[in-house]
Design a binder for this molecule. Sequence first.
Ligand SMILES: *Cc1c(COP(=O)(O)O)cnc(C)c1O
Length: 238
Amino acid sequence: MTEKLFSNVEYNYNLINERIAEAAFKTGRKREDITFLAATKTVDTEIINYAISLGLDHIGENKVQELLSKYDKYDLKNASLQFIGHLQSNKVRQIVDKVDLIQSVDSIKLAGEISKQSLKFGKNTDILIEVNIGREENKSGVYPEQLEELLCQVAQLDGISVRGLMAIPPICESSQKISEYFHKMHNLFIDISSKKLDNISMTILSMGMSADYYEAIMEGANMVRVGSSLFGARDYTK
Ligand SMILES: *Cc1c(COP(=O)(O)O)cnc(C)c1O
């Protein structure tokens, strides 16, 4: 059983890497310009570590409890662990010393708590600002017009550094529609970069998941977060 699972993961890993490389080349970039982060929710650490042994070097969890319960078992010598899900301020201290990047910051309150806890641990935490590019009511992320103000507020804080933007566009029926959201995100990313705000670096644009990472790269993403295409359909019953 596990053997079969391993060989599927290996096959998928190679395929995803090839598609990432192809989309990168088509946009005048190299494979290594794009970061392939595996979204590891519900996946056992044995499988995650197998993917790391194949060369996967970025993993992301989206739940604090799950990250904590798996933390001692990840092979983090060869991979960077990130937090990609919605994060409540009161849980920041449980993970801030364990992750290299928090992708989903969308309020000054959350940023303030990351700053405070990072300083306690004597570290600096890199973050991305999550943008609600589809303006969906019940979704995390700031609206595009709120982005600059939040960036300027976060820039004042110690122990925290903005490294770019992240988005989860609406689930779309057509790949053309989703590409439009990715395109909007890329424009926002370029626009903010060109403003050269103090203490803000715009290097990472994290967008694209299993169904649409190719399109995301075509529109300028340089980090994609892929789960089920790598590990297979998620089993939430475990
Ligand atoms: C689960 C998850 C992904 C990956 O989703 P797939 O469709 O399985 O590739 C990407 N980003 C976030 C924030 C996630 O929680």
